[in-house]
Design a protein around this ligand. Structure first.
Ligand code: GLA
Length: 732
């Protein structure tokens, strides 16, 4: 039993293998947050201090007790308007115009298994893998109920949270704020880590001390965005990869979100995360329910590495779904950087033919195959083949590619429409724009109003048609702009505040229908690379194109940041040409391959342009990837350097039984007469003995972890590193 209840059903312990989360309903029915941290086996409320703080008022029920203030107590889900002046998790405007929400404990329920969230992605688990706690709260002066849901995945050290709003009254109310998570940390000296960036430079790690007041990492772009990822870590000041405390939170949501952290007047911390409430307003009619997205939480007292392993484990096994969830993915070749819009069947066939000859499994036809699409100014929405380019049609091309022994994948950008398209000429009202205003265009395109069922039905039909028209086994689902000009003709004016969230719900519904209808198709998410790289998308697409930056050096930083929450199997990564199209940088082909192997591996160039030596290298790389693939995707991932600070990027994969390890990476710059770097490995068995491929020396795991391993002598810049170790006993 991972959920324990004491004190006549008012004190709750959520226990996992190494962690404990405690909450308690007090004598006033206020639910206090007591603890999230190490599993102590003890009621942690003894740590509470109740000072009388001036200008922090007191609830009526507490009489003359000036020490009892909602403004200073650690609370489980604190709402606005009732005297807690810190960040609040929820707000509702009642029929009389007031907006206080005073939620008090009404009861609880414990259920076997993990709750799901209607219409939204969430962690799923077997009946005996998880337990659910539901805490029922009621507003003191209305019939608004909030049910706090907790999923406990004991063996994975994971706790999930979400909230359900229920209107049991007679009149509608408007929810103006509904965060998924409110987490108070009453003690400690903490910092925060967030993942910021831009197009072609996503998820750059930034670690900062907390300042008094509010710090925020959010998106209002309609997508989770390149600029901020919906993941955050709070960590102790001394936290490293392998020591110190940290709490990670990953929002399972693909739209506009907010993560806010407040360092309060008493140096306490409050973290809230959920749907971005700027411009948000949701009408909750009588007897209706509103579901917030899920937040996945994990705690580690041994640094970031363990935290990442917990998130990799839960995202890979309990978020990703379908046939490809744990399967080795095909090595693919994508024609985007090889041709951009400029191709015809012959060019495509020649790229595919050579790729197949060198060992690639799948050809992916990127943007430009449909409608009038010779540049990014037109054609989106017209999902029928452009026979001027692909003579004989899609099926003929697919069959040709299959005759080379390869499978076939295709690029789609279903949520978009170009003004210069047949679809837009027929349905101009299907695009999101405000009447009498000129809409903002992003990459010349407009966004389809997928809050509308008729638009979604159309897209389902047209995409199904494409997928049925030929033997297509992979879809790259792109989304290439931030959304603005929010307006839908189908929503009443007073409910326009629902549109951003309804867009995300519409996207999930469409993805759900299509992935269910085509279970054998591997869907890859994409938004100009990693502009929608989140756990919500991973529920439908087990991999996401990590970044439009394919430069191997920059990729080490992007993939480093991505690795804090997301497993390697979810990261789409390709070898491209040099000079690189985003940076002009030249890196050796071996370095590019090693970087791309830390993901769902592929190529994105015309392999015909390589010389024979490079072609032989490609064949050999694919062979190696097939050999190491299971270790890369199923092993544990270790960040052995910080590429933002060190002169090398080194990471490793270690098999579950510690009998095998693969050290990958690159040395950035070579200096004359430099000593070889040594890097300490992690995750090996200290007592086991290991040998390096091609070597004879036997090392103990302890030596490799305490003393380290010597990196090869480098030559030139971006020198590749690959060291494969096996347990000596297994080699003998
Ligand atoms: C986005 C994707 C690229 C490519 C182009 C095509 O930028 O991230 O990989 O598919 O669109 O227009």
């Amino acid at each position: 039993m991972s959920i324990k209840v004491t004190e006549q059903g008012r004190n709750f312990y959520l226990e996992t293998l190494n962690t404990m989360y405690q909450l308690k309903a007090d004598e006033y029915g206020v639910v206090k947050h007591i603890w999230y941290g190490a599993k102590t086996g003890c009621d942690m409320e003894y740590l509470f201090d109740f000072p009388d703080v001036g200008f922090s008022g007191n609830i009526y029920d507490a009489g003359n007790t000036k020490e009892y203030s909602l403004d200073t107590l650690p609370l489980e889900y604190s709402c606005g308007g009732i005297g807690d002046y810190r960040l609040s998790a929820a707000a509702v405007t009642h029929a009389d115009g007031s907006n206080a929400l005073d939620l008090r404990f009404e009861g609880y329920e414990i259920k076997k298994g993990k709750y799901s969230i209607y219409g939204m992605p969430a962690v799923y688990a077997d009946e005996d893998e998880a337990e659910t706690l539901e805490i029922r709260l009621k507003d003191t002066a209305s019939d608004i109920y909030v049910i706090l849901k907790y999923g406990v995945l004991e063996s994975k050290d994971i706790i999930t949270r979400s909230a359900v709003f229920v209107n049991e009254g007679q009149k509608p109310v408007k929810i103006t704020k509904a965060f998924s998570l409110c987490l108070d940390i009453p003690q400690g000296d903490w910092e925060w880590v967030h993942f910021h960036g831009r197009h072609t430079m996503e998820r750059t790690v930034e670690r900062r001390p907390l300042i008094h007041g509010i710090q925020e990492s959010s998106s209002d772009r309609g997508t989770s965005s390149h600029q901020q990822n919906p993941t955050v870590i709070l960590c102790s000041k001394d936290c490293t990869e392998t020591s110190g405390e940290c709490i990670g939170a990953a929002l399972v949501y693909s739209g506009s979100f907010q993560t806010k952290i407040e360092l309060t007047q008493l140096n306490q911390i409050r973290l809230i995360a959920g749907i971005n409430c700027d411009g948000f307003g949701w009408e909750l009619k009588a007897k209706e329910e509103f579901y917030t997205p899920e937040v996945i939480l994990s705690y580690s007292c041994v640094g970031f590495e363990k935290l990442s392993h917990n998130f990799h484990n839960v995202i890979k096994n309990n978020i990703c779904r379908g046939k490809y969830k744990l399967a080795e993915r095909p090595v693919l070749i994508n024609n985007w950087e090889a041709t951009y819009f400029d191709f015809d069947s012959e060019r495509i066939e020649s790229i595919a033919r050579e790729a197949s000859r060198l060992g690639v499994d799948m050809f992916v036809l990127d943007d430009g195959w449909f409608g009038k699409r010779d540049s990014d100014t037109s054609g989106l929405g017209d999902w029928f083949v452009n026979e001027n380019k692909l003579k004989g049609g899609l099926n003929q091309l697919v069959e040709k590619v299959k005759s080379y022994g390869m499978s076939f994948g295709i690029w789609l950008e279903p949520e978009m429409v170009s003004e210069d398209s047949e679809l837009y000429r027929k349905h101009p009202d299907w695009a999101i724009k405000i009447p009498n205003r000129k809409p903002m265009r992003g990459r010349y395109q407009l966004v389809l109003d997928i809050t509308r069922k008729d638009v979604r039905d159309y897209l389902f039909e047209v995409i199904s048609g494409v997928l049925k028209s030929a033997d297509i086994t992979y879809v790259k689902w792109d989304m290439n702009r931030s959304i603005s000009d929010w307006y839908s003709a189908k929503l009443p004016a007073e409910n326009m505040g629902e549109i951003r969230h309804r867009y995300v719900l519409g996207l999930y519904e469409l993805l759900d229908r299509l992935t269910s209808a085509f279970p054998n198709v591997l869907f890859e998410g994409c938004s100009g690379g990693g502009g929608r790289f989140d756990a919500g998308i991973l529920y439908y697409c087990p991999q996401i194109w990590c970044s439009d930056d394919t430069d191997a050096y920059e990729r080490t930083k992007i993939q480093y940041g991505t690795s804090f929450f997301y497993p390697v199997s979810t990261i789409g990564s390709h070898v491209s040409t040099v000079p690189n199209h985003q940076t002009g940088r030249k890196t050796p082909i071996e370095t590019r391959a090693i970087t791309a192997m830390s993901g769902s591996f592929g190529y994105e160039l015309d392999l015909n342009t390589l010389n024979n030596e490079e072609k032989a290298a490609v064949t050999e790389q694919i062979k190696r990837f097939k050999e190491y693939g299971p270790l890369i995707h199923n092993g544990k991932y270790y960040r052995l350097s910080n590429p933002l600070a060190d002169n090398y990027a080194i990471w490793s994969f270690v098999s579950e039984d510690c009998s095998e390890a693969l050290v990958h990476g690159m040395i950035f710059h070579t200096e004359p007469n430099m000593l070889r770097y040594s890097v300490k490995l992690r995750g090996l068995a200290p007592e086991k003995e290991y040998v390096i491929d091609g070597g004879e020396k036997v090392y103990t795991g302890r030596a490799l972890m305490e003393g380290g391993i010597l990196l090869p002598k480098s030559w030139g810049d971006f020198f590749p590193v690959e060291i494969h170790l096996k347990e000596y006993r297994a080699v003998k």
